[in-house]
Design a protein around this ligand. Structure first.
Ligand code: UGA
Length: 438
């Protein structure tokens, strides 16, 4: 078993640290935020991720997992995983690599001879080579410090399972000794049959951004078809079902509606385009601008459906907003389509009465001026329309008759195609959803 450090204790880093401890390694998670580290060391995860608390508590108790704010505590590690955020820059659509550079600068003085530094963050192609160069300058006396790239494909909401049972492992390496170390890290998974793709460093970097771009394209494809369905009277949910039955297409990521949000996909497609532009092949990824535009239009189309149900404007109207997280099973509200819609309603003089099973705290902190409620029924009380904006299972089981007693008018926009339209119509609701005939 190896000694591993994980730098950056956000969604990715904490899950990875716990997952590596679960595989039997000695792991230390490092982050510069003392509050976060104190909570983690105490077994408290500062965000909601199903199953992660148990994983952390068990591995802390069994002595395989520790957390610290001091880079020096990572000094004995054989492998250092870099899991810091690479958000979109505020001035351009490129990735902000400042956290990555700070982590390398912090770590360099503590590196042992012969260790491996492994990037997991999503980065523009060429970053691994640049970090290797930085380490040569920052730690010139250290022998054989190598850099590898091992992109991560975990999804929020299923991060634990995605870490312990991934679809594939991508090992981006410059030589066979780095590959051997990574194979040792993941030995239990490889023995269990997880497929391994070995690649050079730039290929490993491109795989990750290409994967997220493909998923974004698939979602925007079906949302573009939804727009076409609205104009032509066809039903996008039936189109998607029939397309998905073809194994060459596949049924996943064909759910039309409000489109994608979150801290990853949108910024990754923008950064991918920016990098293509830098490399002189902007035309090759120009279609991603359209993918982005279709996605952003989804949000405004849902607002328009709601506006119509409210009689043409939101002024003096109350809309029950069901959902604040960017998707179910997370409390993450980064670039949340649901909160974008709520914000527009409020900006146009309406009351956006928000309810989310997990993301209320984060939503309230970021959007303090919205109205927060304690349940779907509380949100619906006196509402002119209901907007279903995050596909939590809790909302799928709402009873239209019970909710119907709370609202002022039985109007609902199903922004995630979660509900049974007929059931709601039979209960007297005007049910509308993007891409479906009224
Ligand atoms: C995404 C990728 O799926 C992960 O593989 C990747 O590791 C991660 O980004 C990352 O780069 O860190 P995540 O952002 O957790 O994971 O969320 P997804 O499950 O991909 O969903 C993204 C968005 O697309 C959500 O807002 C979801 O509601 C939306 N979506 C998804 C649709 O609108 N339609 C669909 O059919 C599927």
């Amino acid at each position: 078993m190896l000694t591993i450090s994980v730098l950056g204790c956000g969604y990715l880093g904490v899950t990875h640290a716990a997952g590596m401890a679960e595989l039997g390694h000695q792991v230390i998670g490092i982050d510069i935020d003392p509050e976060k580290i104190a909570a983690l060391a105490d077994g408290r995860v500062p965000f909601f991720e199903p199953g992660l608390d148990e994983l952390i508590t068990r591995n802390l108790a069994e002595g395989r997992l520790r957390f610290s704010t001091a880079y020096e505590d990572a000094a004995s590690a054989d492998v250092h995983f870099i899991c810091v955020g690479t958000p979109q820059r505020s001035d351009t659509s490129a990735a902000d690599l400042s956290h990555l550079h700070a982590a390398i600068e912090g770590l360099a003085p503590s590196l042992a001879d012969g260790c491996l530094v492994v990037g997991k963050s999503t980065v523009p192609v060429g970053t691994a080579a640049h970090l290797a160069e930085m380490l040569r300058v920052l730690a010139p006396d250290r022998e054989k410090v190598a850099v590898a790239w091992n992109p991560e494909f975990l999804r929020e909401g299923t991060a634990v399972a995605d870490t312990l049972r991934p679809d594939r492992l991508v090992l981006g390496v410059a030589d066979t000794s780095a590959e051997a170390v990574l194979r040792e890290v993941y030995a239990p998974l490889i023995e269990a049959g997880v497929p391994v793709v070995v690649a050079d460093l730039p290929t490993a970097e491109v795989i990750k951004t290409a994967a997220n771009s493909f998923m974004a394209t698939k979602i925007s494809f079906i949302n573009a078809i939804a727009e076409f369905c609205d104009a032509s009277g066809a039903d996008v949910t039936v189109v998607a079902e029939a397309l998905g039955r073809d194994p060459r297409i596949g049924e996943q990521f064909l759910k039309a509606g409000l489109g994608f949000g979150g801290g990853c996909i949108s910024k990754d497609i923008r950064a991918f385009r920016a990098r293509a532009h830098d490399l002189g092949v902007g035309h090759a990824l120009a279609f991603l601008a359209e993918v982005d535009a279709v996605n952003l239009r989804c949000r405004d189309r849902v607002v328009e459906l709601l506006r119509k149900q409210c009689g043409g404007g939101f002024s003096g109207r109350r809309v029950a907003v069901l959902g604040a997280a960017f998707k179910p099973n997370t409390d993450d509200i980064r670039d949340s389509p649901a909160l974008y819609v709520a914000e527009l309603i409020s900006r146009e003089g309406g009351v956006a009465a928000v309810y989310d099973p997990r993301a209320m705290g984060n939503a309230r902190r970021a959007f303090p001026h919205l109205t927060y409620t304690t349940s779907p029924l509380d949100a619906a009380r006196g509402a002119d329309a209901v907007a279903l904006l995050t596909d939590w299972q809790e909302f799928a089981t709402l009873d239209p008759r019970v909710l119907g007693k709370e609202v002022k008018s039985r109007n609902i926009v199903d922004g995630r195609h979660l509900l049974n339209a007929e059931e709601w119509q039979q209960a007297g609701w005007q049910y509308v959803a993007p891409g479906r005939p009224a």
